[in-house]
Write a protein that binds this ligand. Structure first.
Ligand code: NCD
Length: 305
């Protein structure tokens, strides 16, 4: 079993993973016995920079007794020109049981899955998907709201370049939430008719009555010149701050997948404010990654017996 994208999942599968993450969290916090996979080792392949996702997977592996080996291009033979395929084949022949991959190219984890026998987990591929982030976000929302069904979630910012937005659009819409995308035209994704979301170009109408305000990082490293006239102008029109947050419901949750550019997507007061659940998103990232490891390794164990 691989875990490559939310788009290809059905609502019951997503709901099951969310339930599993919640119960692993409960069991971890109450000191109950957790599932353990001491005979498993995963390769954590981070070909793009990462703090919370990489550490999230490492902590999840540690808590379930899974061994791991972590590396990126710099520390591996990929810096000598070795291809992704040959890297994956090397790890397979060395007996690694599963792969977690972050890569700048959309579809890289799918390519890896063609050459690897065990489970492959997508930790963010280019502008495509970041499925574990969407699960962490949904888990966080569900801790504050009974269900996702019927909520209005406004996703604000650089939607075009954001894999976090893509996974969240699929997850939230499949679970019955209304998704609004709020951005300047140049940062909206193309092929609108294929995206299950509303498009808003003004922050005021985009946030109007929203239950959740999910802000996104400006992905400067993926941006061509000329998409926005200046960061200052972007902030003046789209920053979520104590003034603009008033457009949303008074108790709206404020989210951001991190890393935050303080003063750009959000002002300091809002990042650290009462409505912010940003630290909870990070914490829940560990539990959803435990749920994924548990799902991929437990299903394999069952098949063998
Ligand atoms: C995101 C990513 O790398 O896609 N970060 C994360 O994993 N929490 C978002 C981002 O970098 O903007």
């Amino acid at each position: 079993m691989n875990f490559l994208s939310i788009r290809e999942m059905e609502r019951p599968e997503i709901a099951k993973l969310l339930r599993s993450a919640a119960s692993l969290k409960k069991d971890s916090l109450s000191g109950k016995k957790l599932p353990a996979f001491p005979d498993k080792t995963v390769g954590l392949l981070f070909f793009e920079d990462s703090t919370r996702t990489r550490v999230g997977f490492e902590m999840a592996a540690r808590r379930l007794g899974i061994g791991f080996t972590s590396f990126g291009v710099k520390g591996s033979s990929m810096s000598k020109g070795e291809s992704l395929k040959d890297t994956v084949l090397t790890l397979k022949n060395e007996g690694v049981d599963g792969l977690v991959i972050r890569h700048e190219a959309a579809g890289a984890p799918n390519v890896a899955a063609r050459f690897f026998d065990g489970p492959v987990i997508n930790a963010g591929d280019g502008m495509h998907e970041h499925p574990t982030q969407a699960l962490a976000d949904a888990t966080t929302i569900l801790e504050h709201r009974k269900k996702l069904d019927g909520l209005v979630v406004s996703i604000v910012g650089d939607v075009m370049h954001s894999r976090v937005a893509r996974s969240n659009i699929w997850l939230l819409s499949k679970m019955g939430a209304t998704v609004r995308l709020v951005a300047p035209r140049t940062l909206m994704p193309p092929y609108k008719e294929l995206i299950p979301a509303e498009f808003h170009y003004s922050l005021k109408t985009g946030l109007d009555g929203a239950d959740v305000v999910m802000t996104l990082r400006m992905q400067m490293e993926r941006m061509e010149n000329g998409l926005i006239s200046s960061l200052g102008e972007y902030a003046s029109m789209y920053q979520v701050n104590s003034g603009t947050l008033r457009y949303a419901k008074p108790d709206a949750l404020v989210m951001h997948p991190g890393p935050v550019n303080r003063g750009l997507e959000l002002d300091d007061l809002t990042v650290d404010g009462k409505q912010s659940v940003i630290n909870e998103q990070v914490e829940n990232g560990v539990y959803v990654r435990m749920a994924i490891f548990n799902a991929v390794f437990a299903s394999k164990a069952k098949k063998k017996s």
